[in-house]
Design a protein around this ligand. Sequence first.
Ligand code: PGA
Length: 248
Amino acid sequence: MSRRPLIAGNWKMNLLGEGASTLATAVAAAASKANADVAIAPPAIWLERCLDAAGEGPLQVWGQNVGPALSGAYTGEISVEMLADVKAAGTLLGHSERRHVFGETNEGIAAKAKLVAESGLGVMLCVGETLDDRKQGRTMDVVIEQLVTGLEAVPAAQLTVAYEPVWAIGTGETASPEQAQEVHAAIRAWLAERYDRETAAALRILYGGSVKPANAAEILAKPDVDGVLVGGASLKADDFRAIIEAAG
Ligand code: PGA
């Protein structure tokens, strides 16, 4: 089963309006020539600028997170209905910064995943272990628990999984291609049990954590790595373009 790679950029809380438009325009141009699907997840306030830059082209624009309900008294949050209204493709959920900086739990993430699944948008569920988990041999227990809870209500057709070891995010420390492959293969085996073998073979599992032009090709070459979720290096058009090109 050959899976078309997905190269996704998570802009986190970076860029002002003009910079967002300029970068989205450059990425949209790269996406239209790419042999991969390309997505960006800008700060919510720049979603519409980025969607304008994407136009009718293939660049997908995703949210970084959603609030815990469709509407209501949730100051500071945006809802999945708002994402759908501006025509975002989906949203990241459970990014390690949401889990570790903002204290999101597996259960809270699962409730959001259900809302997003019901809205018909894409769910990119981010999972990954801390350095402590890895040292204590708990990597797969942690990752599987995040998957079991997070995907309870998510149909495979709307799902992308992103494996991002917490110790590799923004640290310059990348998991080796072998470490990534080992976890990706175990995630795919779990997905085959959760859905079925054929479905698991078609699902994309992205790797994230200090992906750069210099290491993208060797990570993407691993059989169960179907793309990358890029933070820092997605903020520079040339770097992100080089990563897109590394996908083929
Ligand atoms: P990084 O971030 O590429 O800057 O390590 C990845 C992510 O958090 O998605």
